[in-house]
Write a protein of this length. Structure first.
Length: 300
């Protein structure tokens, strides 16, 4: 093992400890899976944490219906590889039955509609803990999270009402109807994630690697040309070499011009980048507190 990367083993050990604590403290946990690198990492760590037994968590994907096709293809293949059970919460189904109203206009996105579907899925499954791949270095609101993050009976988050976590002691006690969000990779950075995935040779969606794609520029962000995004008259589509640094709804996930075609080149690119990975997420730019406002309502 590369001595310079030995810190990854400490992070791995911490995350596995948290995942085992979830299995020990909660009756019916679920692992949220988006098909992005962080949820891939968490699912891979869960496999290592409980091997040779199966992963003791159901997987839940909140599907906006506007995902990249590559994301869904990878999701299905990876779930099969892990021999895991997958539940899909559908935003489209909730729109069709009148539970949700879709945004209209050039900047319309289904991203905020995920909150309702997530809370509905957690309630229907009677899940008392939801494990996710959020990291503290991603965004300022996520930096306020604990490993075990309490949610009230409405699924809402109060950043001022979280439990202290001293000496790696995690308090999962809750009242009926409440639940926890759990973040096993809180202390990882984007670079840590890439270095670990490279060392472990974990297969990844090809969206993360440089490829030709038709894109257009909007408000300083390159967006993939898609039937789901109406374009303004002045917005022109051009083919460029791009890749994703973060993967979400196609309507708000920006892509980056890049020639990084393998994971080593991605690591070099991330190490020298002055922009955060969520700097290309259009949904984060709706207001200064966009992420925190969504999280308080129940978003992840």
């Amino acid at each position: 093992m590369n001595y310079r990367l030995s810190h990854l083993r400490e992070l791995e050990s911490e995350s596995i400890y948290v995942l085992r604590e979830v299995a020990a403290q909660f009756e019916n946990p679920v692992l949220l899976f988006s098909g992005g690198k962080d949820s891939i990492l968490v699912s891979y760590l869960a496999k290592k944490a409980f091997y040779p037994a199966r992963i003791p968590f159901t997987f839940l994907h909140v599907d906006t219906g506007h995902n990249f096709n590559e994301t869904i293809e990878y999701r299905d293949n990876w779930i099969k590889e892990l021999d895991a059970k997958l539940i899909v919460g559908s935003v489209q189904a909730c729109i069709d039955n009148g539970e949700l109203i879709e945004e209209k206009g050039f900047n319309a996105s289904r991203n905020h509609l995920q909150t309702h579907v997530l809370l509905k899925s957690l309630e229907e499954g009677k899940y008392d803990a939801a494990i996710g791949g959020a990291r503290r270095d991603e965004e300022k609101a996520r930096a306020k999270e604990r490993f075990f993050s309490h949610r009230d009976e409405f699924g809402q988050w109060d950043p001022k009402n979280q439990r202290p976590e001293l000496w790696n002691l995690f308090n999962g006690k809750k009242n009926y109807g409440e639940h926890f969000r759990v973040f096993p990779i809180s202390n990882w950075t984007e670079l840590d994630v890439w270095q670990f995935l490279a060392e472990e040779k974990v297969p990844l969606p090809n969206l993360y690697f440089a490829h030709k794609r038709k894109v257009f520029l909007r408000d300083g962000i390159l967006l993939a040309d898609s039937e789901y995004i109406p374009k303004k008259p002045e917005e022109f589509v051009a083919e460029k070499m791009v890749r994703c640094r973060t993967i979400g709804d196609v309507t708000c996930t920006g892509v980056w011009e890049s020639t990084a075609s393998n994971i080593e080149e991605i690591i070099a690119e991330v190490a020298t980048s002055r922009k955060t990975e969520r700097g290309g997420r259009a949904d984060d730019k709706r207001s200064e507190t966009a992420m925190e406002d969504r999280k308080k309502d129940g978003y992840f």
